[in-house]
Design a protein around this ligand. Structure first.
Ligand SMILES: [Zn+2]
Length: 100
């Protein structure tokens, strides 16, 4: 994993933490993102942030599952699922970009 810095709190993003990439801004912890976006909450923001949390949690768990799986074919299936969830997280990041 590369070395990234959260563009809100300026601390490092550490393996296992939930984070996302905001287009044009960079890496951000989910907690920092939530705090910033919810400084002026709307139902749309709450809905998207909630969905984002679920996806980011899923990505972390799928990475762990990939590591603990034994056979290559199972690792491949888990990796492919994770990549499709990551694509969905990018869709959400594009929406959240406008709120920060
Ligand atoms: Zn942060």
């Amino acid at each position: 994993m590369g070395e990234w810095t959260c563009f809100i709190c300026k601390n490092k993003v550490v393996e296992g933490q939930r984070f996302t990439f905001i287009p044009g801004k960079g890496a951000v912890h989910v907690e920092c993102l939530n705090k910033k976006v919810l400084s002026s909450p709307t139902p749309d923001k709450v809905a998207i942030l909630d969905a984002n949390e679920v996806l980011l949690y899923t990505i972390v768990r799928l990475k762990e599952a990939e590591k603990s799986a034994e056979s290559d074919d199972i690792k491949k299936v888990l990796s492919s699922i994770r990549k499709s969830v990551e694509k969905s997280a990018v869709d959400l990041a594009k929406i959240m970009e406008k709120w920060i």
